[in-house]
Ligand binder design. Sequence first.
Ligand SMILES: [Zn+2]
Length: 111
Amino acid sequence: MTCQEAERLVTPYIRDELSGDELEAFLTHLERCRSCQEELEIYFMVDVGLKQLDSGAGTFDIMGALQHRIAESYARVRRMWAVRRLLYAVNTLGIMAVAVTVLLQVRIWFF
Ligand SMILES: [Zn+2]
């Protein structure tokens, strides 16, 4: 993912609108790109700051909230892969079960 692509995902990320795959690519880019991290921090601060003005809440740990948000995003990506591995395993077992059934049937017919 290029910086340009990552920058386009900043706002959808803050609004929690990214798909699992987009989220993973976005996080991977952020890990090694300081300038996109800063971009996200600025947008996040503005977004959260504006909401706070609306709600009139007191001081709030914006950077802490962002770190919490990113940690949640990693958890979401991990869950996505856990589900995919599970589906893959179920699928593989299903195919094996069919193969075994066919083999047994063939044995009955020919041996
Ligand atoms: Zn970047």
